[in-house]
Unconditional design. Structure first.
Length: 133
């Protein structure tokens, strides 16, 4: 199944987010639609709170989680106790990466930049996959 919901709506701009299940996790598909007669630059910051094996993190605390780069380009979080991870695989290059520790998860932010022509749309996708030991 696919879940679709509107993230952001103005008279000239729409950002739509669709989430679908894949065999290894989720795929998050974004459509950015510039309905204006003028071009626009857009900086979009996508936040993901990741906690692989959450039940284990309840026991081990957030100290069992570490930020990781999978395949040298895909950010994610590794549970050091279970060796399972969650990897974000953006299908478009990001311009900035940030991460921080939350109570029982790590939060990862990816920033993307877009140049949108008048009355045009762009799409991009981020895959969230489970990394098993």
């Amino acid at each position: 199944g696919v879940f679709c919901y509107l993230n952001y709506l103005t008279p000239t701009f729409v950002i739509e987010k669709r989430v679908r299940q894949t065999p290894d996790g989720l795929a998050i598909h974004y459509t950015i639609d510039n309905q204006d007669k003028a071009p626009h630059r857009l900086r979009l910051k996508v936040s993901s709170e990741l906690s692989p094996d959450y039940a284990d993190v309840l026991t081990g605390g957030h100290g069992s989680l570490s930020f990781s780069m999978f395949d040298d380009r895909c950010p994610g979080v590794l549970n050091e106790r279970t060796r399972r991870g969650l990897m974000l695989k953006p299908l478009q290059d990001w311009t900035k990466l940030e991460h921080t520790v939350n109570l029982l998860a790590l939060e990862v932010w990816l920033t993307f930049e877009f140049e949108l022509a008048p009355r045009s749309a762009q799409t991009f996708e981020i895959e969230l996959t489970i990394q098993r030991p």
